[in-house]
Design a protein around this ligand. Structure first.
Ligand code: PNS
Length: 160
């Protein structure tokens, strides 16, 4: 049985992430989406809310689990008995950091392979950071995040 993990901050999950998740779920028997607890990016949403939004977005897949993790990614992979780490690549600019992480993770756990999936070009400009900025400033993010994430963002940035 092939288990893959798809780690990230998911602050919040976007349709770009979901595109990668859909592709990965067809490649692995079991896909575990790992939401990083202590992201040094100072997340907008607490871990429970990030997990809840991601679970809601993948509820129609029978082979996907969503869970939080803390500490080293390779240790999380070990706990989940995963053989593969999945990461999405949007553009060349993603490559340098992804290569660094993949090589460090390989050094830490040589049998764990990182597999890169290309996100669909329609989401190549979408990132959680840019989504939060546009939502905060009242711009339209429809079609770029799942509907439940849109409501969470609206609630978060509602001006009184
Ligand atoms: O969505 P992100 O924020 O780009 O995901 C980054 C993530 C979660 C994959 C990365 O920060 C990570 O793996 N953190 C766990 C700690 C760790 O193992 N760091 C060393 C990896 S080289």
């Amino acid at each position: 049985m092939l288990t893959a993990i798809y780690p990230g901050s998911f602050d919040p999950v976007t349709n770009g992430h979901l595109d990668v998740i859909g592709r990965a779920s067809r490649l692995a028997d079991r896909l575990v989406v790992g939401v990083l607890l202590n992201s040094n990016k100072n997340p907008l949403f607490p871990i429970e809310e990030r997990v809840e939004m991601t679970r809601e977005a993948v509820k129609n897949y029978s082979n996907i689990e969503v869970t939080s993790f803390d500490g080293l990614l390779v240790e999380f992979a070990e706990r989940e008995s995963a053989q593969i780490i999945v990461r999405g690549i949007r553009a060349i600019s993603d490559y340098e950091f992804e290569l660094q992480m993949a090589l460090m993770n390989r050094r830490l756990k040589p049998n764990l392979e990182t597999v890169f999936l290309m996100a669909s070009e329609q989401y190549s400009f979408v990132s959680s950071r840019i989504i939060k900025e546009v939502a905060r400033l009242g711009g339209d993010i429809g079609g770029l995040v799942p509907p439940s994430v849109e409501s969470h963002l609206r609630a978060r940035f509602q001006r009184s």
